[in-house]
Design a protein around this ligand. Structure first.
Ligand code: KIV
Length: 262
């Protein structure tokens, strides 16, 4: 998978699969999986660092995780998320952030939003760095949205998202993440754009889907938003394995003879 394959997939009507990945050991597993592409999302601030929003991700944090994922997944197309306000501090700091993410091992950057930053996004594209857009529920704006809420429900909001999507395509974005919008809006944006859309909670018509790896693996069994499907019961599986280990240590069943050096 390279940046040109995204457009080819859309032309051929072939769906694109994406999962988040934040660390070396899961990157090793995913490098040998069929998944098309890995997103080092700023959601790592919540999933890996325990913060309550993605606002806490920094350029340094993102670069560290991208480098770890690149070491574990040398063969995958890696998307590096530009963190909170990284494109809003002026051209110089924005380009420094892009450089940090790309030099860490990213194949492209993903940027939330459109209004007020289209020129900078076009400049990044013109600099030779592929840019993926991100509209709908853009979590870095969670305070402005008043929480993690579905976006684009009213006719006016939907029209605004559609217009922003076209502006991002015009600015040179090669693909677009659509997060938590009504399925009908997901379909409309997908049909009206030439670039592929990757949905998360945006219905079935988008050109691809993305999920947070830990969410789809059921690492927090209680986290079950409408759009999420659990493909494993990770939380129970890991807890059961660790409890079995604990029981074996306490009973003396671990280690056994074959697990000891002579
Ligand atoms: O940071 C992230 O994980 C994301 C996806 C949810 C699209 O941006």
């Amino acid at each position: 998978m390279n940046v040109l394959d995204f457009a080819k997939r859309k032309c051929r009507g072939e769906k694109i699969s994406m999962v988040t990945c934040y660390d070396f050991w899961s990157a090793r597993i995913l490098n040998n999986s069929d998944v098309d592409t890995l997103l080092v999302g700023d959601s790592l601030a919540m999933v890996m660092h325990g913060y309550d929003s993605t606002v806490h991700a920094t350029v340094e944090m993102m670069a560290t995780h991208i480098a770890a994922v690149r070491r574990g997944a040398p063969d995958k197309f890696i998307i590096g998320d530009m963190p909170f306000l990284a494109v809003r501090k002026g051209l110089g700091p924005a380009m420094d952030a892009v450089a940090a993410l790309m030099q860490a091992g990213g194949n492209c950057v993903k940027i939330e939003g459109a209004a007020g930053q289209l020129d900078i996004m076009a400049h990044i594209v013109e600099s030779g760095v592929p840019v993926m857009g991100h509209l709908g529920l853009t979590p870095q704006s969670v305070e402005a949205f008043g929480g993690h809420k579905v976006q684009g429900r009213s006719e006016g909001d939907a029209a605004q998202i559609l217009q922003a999507a076209k502006a991002l395509q015009e600015a040179g974005c090669f693909a677009l993440v659509l997060e938590c919008v009504p399925a009908e809006l997901g379909r409309m944006v997908t049909e009206q754009l030439d670039i592929p859309t990757i949905g998360i909670g945006a219905g079935a018509a988008t050109d691809g889907q993305v999920l947070v790896l830990q969410d789809m693996l059921g690492m927090d069994g209680g986290f079950q938003p409408k759009f999420l499907r659990h493909y494993a019961a990770g939380e129970q599986t890991i807890a059961a394995a660790v409890n079995a280990y604990h029981a074996d240590v306490v009973s003396g069943a671990f280690p056994c003879q074959s697990e000891m050096y002579a």
